[in-house]
Write a protein that binds this ligand. Sequence first.
Ligand SMILES: Cc1cc2nc3c(=O)[nH]c(=O)nc-3n(C[C@H](O)[C@H](O)[C@H](O)COP(=O)(O)OP(=O)(O)OC[C@H]3O[C@@H](n4cnc5c(N)ncnc54)[C@H](O)[C@@H]3O)c2cc1C
Length: 528
Amino acid sequence: MTDKRVNRRNFLAVAVGGAGATALSGLATASPAAASGIELAWDRSADIVVVGYGGAGAAAAITAYDAGASVLVIEKTENGGGSTRYSGGFFVSPRSVDGAVDYLMHCARAADGHHYDLDRESLTAWAQEAQHNADWIGELGGDPYATLRGWYDVPGAADYVTWQPRPNSTGVGLWNVLHNAVSERGIEVVYNVAGTELVTRIVDEENGSTSIEIVGVIVGEGEQRMAVQAAKGVILTTGGFDYDEQLKQNYLRTYPAYSTGHPGDTGDAIKLASKAGAALSRLTGTAANVCHKFDDVPVAYPSSLQLNAANRTMIMVDQRGRRFINESLNYDAVAKSLEYFDAADGSYPRNPCWMVFDDAARTAGPAGLPNPIGDPVYGWSADNSEEISKGWVLEATSLAELADKMGVDAASLEQSVERYNGDAEAGNDAEFGRTLGLKALEGPAYYALKAYPGLWATGGGPRLDSSARVLDPAGTPIARLYAAGSASSFCFSFLYPLSGTAIGDCFAMGRIAGQHASTLTEWANEVE
Ligand SMILES: Cc1cc2nc3c(=O)[nH]c(=O)nc-3n(C[C@H](O)[C@H](O)[C@H](O)COP(=O)(O)OP(=O)(O)OC[C@H]3O[C@@H](n4cnc5c(N)ncnc54)[C@H](O)[C@@H]3O)c2cc1C
């Protein structure tokens, strides 16, 4: 991937010379000063080019269009929707700005002095927009209803509310609302092409210095390659980096971490924006779950056993057979506990870890969520019998036999179960404070299932200001470049605050980006 930099003087010569906006010369591949004379003909043009057609891309496109801009959306896969379509359809729309900010500051551990990089001012800007999310979905035809409030019992939790659309409350239902709104407006979406390069132009500043601005996107490869002019701005909404192993190895707190999301989410905003000089931020933040992953299936299965731990008895143990968490906490909290690093022996003893359960839990439903939405769907049998046959779920008639199959110390596992069962029968989980689903495991049949950190979404990406503009390391906006959604999550940095935060972030920052970019003067008109 190479940046294309358009020298302003050479650009002027061509544009004014009669080729209109169809041809540019003076492209340099390395430094702004080194014009190479390569020609670039624009194949397409729009005021705003949105790269990535999921929830954030749809929000940006709809808003920019409604503000009067012409919009072109680029999507690298054959369908729109991305992880937004795979989702549970939850989106946060807070009831009060101050409450939302209090709550998010606590989840970032920022309110009590920890180091995560969030501040009240930018969260306030976010919440001021996000509070309109439910109304906005309603205006687009979604008829949303409030479902949950903040998970953590800290100030603002009651105001931090998540919603789902009606009549179809899932991600598919939510996506239908967005996609219909894009279609009704006649916004063009070009599928099966990826944004591969940003085109930048050098701007001579009045003080004699130069800066750059983003004037287009190169999309596709080979015969599909097109240069798309963005007269006002480019908005990167390419989702997270769930499927880029190198980015995950570098930035996540533990590895592996498997995605349950859309395969198009390969961190392209990070790659594109970095090349244009963007700073990166919040890369360790994730919306995490506990998942199961097997070599013969390309996606991970979120753990139904963990998601339903309030009703199904299962305990989690580490590679040493020791229980380590209240299994019924929210999915992100449990998943974050898998990131634990034991500095004494340099291991990650909970990645992977194990879920241990009994016949009652086995027959109560699939241990893994069938996944994903789409074609093919990777199923999971209702009583887990197929997964036992495949060797995914281990089965044994004693804990010692199960420990042997798991490869953990039998005495440790027996001790963990004995301690847990005793506490469950006494109604007091003295070790980890579990109250929900606190029921003794009953043999003689026992089961074990390996579990890993899973990703609903990664969070970090190009650093943004509260207008969704991408910033360079000095904190200066890179002109005409925006990002939103999981490409650059804005409102959380560590603990995932509540189901719906990621999509609430997509909607708010997508709209902010679309609105802000649409107010810009077209760059060609700025050239005297
Ligand atoms: C199973 C599941 C359930 C979830 N449930 C919820 C929930 O209920 N609520 C919630 O808030 N969050 C949920 N999440 C997380 C949430 O879905 C995502 O964080 C959010 O949808 C991301 O939206 P986005 O628009 O940023 O990215 P996406 O919706 O993933 O869209 C990104 C799009 O960009 C495309 N793209 C990538 N690179 C390029 C490129 N170079 N050029 C062109 N196109 C490109 C991708 O193909 C993709 O279509 C869930 C996630 C999963 C996987």
